[in-house]
Design a protein around this ligand. Structure first.
Ligand code: PGA
Length: 273
C-alpha cells in the first residue's frame, strides 16, 4: 500500500522539485551579475595599498562614464572593502583573496560569507603573488572558486607563465594545467572570469606584444570548448598608454590593472579611452 501511495505521490514531488529548481535558478540569476551585459571589464587590483584618506581622495577624483556597458571593479584590501562599498557609484567591489574554508579555526582568513555580507560581487583568485609568496596551488584556486560560485561571487581566476616558462616555450602547457586544475566544474562563462597575467609582466613595465596577447587569449578560449565563451582579461603592466590597444583586441575582454589603478587620473583614462 505504502509503495502504491509513493508511486501516486511521485508526480507531485517531481512538480514541487521542478518549481523549486526554477525558483532557485531565477533567484540565482537575479543575484548574480550578468557578465554578458558588459562589453568590457576594468578591474583595479590595489594589492596592499590604500588607507581611508586615500579612498576618499580616490573616489573624489575618479571619473567614471555613465556608460554601464563597461564593468568597473575596485579590489581594495579586505579591511577597506566596506569603506569602498559605501562609496559605490557605477562600480562594483571585489576582494583580492578569500579562504577556501567556509568557517572554523583558520586564523586570519576571510570567508565567502563575510564577503557576501558586504555585498561583494567579485574576487580575484590565484593571483601570481598568492601563488609565489603564499604557495597557493591550483587545488586552492579550485576550492576557493567553488566557495565563491556557491556564494554568487564571481571568481576572477588568474593564470600566467613565469619568464622561465615563457623562454622554455611552455606558456600554453602551463596555462592548460592551471585552467584544468584550477577552474572547477561548476564554473561557466556566466559565473567566472579568467585573467591572463604573465608573471614576468606584473609590475615590471614589460608586456607581451599586442599580437602575443591576442594569440594567448585565443588559445585560452579555444584550446578547450568549455572556455569558448569565457571573458578573458589581460593583466600585467597595463597603463593609460597601452590599455586601449590591448582591450580593443578581439580576444581580450578587459584588463586587470595593478599599479596604474592606484592613480585615479590614470585609471580614469584607462576606463574612458
Ligand atoms: P600591474 O599588476 O598592473 O602593476 O603590473 C597587475 C596585477 O598584479 O594584477
Amino acid at each position: 500500500m505504502a509503495n502504491i501511495r509513493e508511486i501516486f505521490d511521485f508526480p507531485k514531488v517531481l512538480n514541487i522539485n521542478i518549481v523549486a529548481s526554477i525558483i532557485i535558478v531565477s533567484i540565482r540569476e537575479i543575484i548574480m551579475i550578468n557578465l554578458d551585459s558588459f562589453s568590457s571589464f576594468f578591474v583595479a587590483n590595489w594589492k596592499l595599498n590604500g588607507d581611508f584618506n586615500f579612498i576618499d581622495q580616490y573616489f573624489d577624483g575618479l571619473k567614471l562614464l555613465d556608460d554601464k556597458s563597461r564593468c568597473i571593479v575596485i579590489c581594495p584590501t579586505s579591511i577597506h572593502l566596506d569603506k569602498v562599498s559605501q562609496k559605490k557609484n557605477n562600480y562594483y567591489v571585489g576582494a583580492q583573496n578569500v579562504s577556501q574554508y567556509s568557517e572554523g579555526a583558520f586564523t586570519g582568513e576571510v570567508s565567502c560569507k563575510s564577503l557576501t555580507e558586504l555585498k561583494i560581487d567579485f574576487c580575484i583568485v590565484g593571483h601570481s603573488e598568492r601563488r609565489l609568496i603564499y604557495y597557493e596551488n591550483n587545488a586552492d584556486v579550485y576550492s576557493k572558486s567553488i566557495q565563491l560560485i556557491n556564494n554568487y561571487i564571481v571568481p576572477i581566476i588568474c593564470v600566467g607563465e613565469t619568464l622561465e616558462e615563457k623562454e622554455n616555450g611552455q606558456t600554453n602547457e602551463v596555462l592548460t594545467k592551471q585552467l584544468n586544475e584550477g577552474v572547477p566544474n561548476s564554473s561557466n562563462a556566466n559565473n567566472t572570469i579568467i585573467a591572463y597575467e604573465p608573471v614576468w609582466a606584473i609590475g615590471t613595465g614589460l608586456t607581451p606584444s599586442i599580437e602575443e596577447i591576442n594569440t594567448t587569449h585565443e588559445f585560452i578560449k579555444k584550446h578547450n570548448t568549455r572556455f569558448n565563451d569565457y571573458k578573458v582579461l589581460y593583466g600585467g603592466s597595463v597603463k593609460a598608454n597601452n590599455a586601449n590597444d590591448i582591450v580593443s583586441l578581439t580576444c581580450v575582454d578587459g584588463a586587470l590593472v595593478g599599479g596604474a589603478s592606484l592613480k585615479y587620473e590614470e585609471f580614469s583614462k584607462i576606463i574612458i579611452d
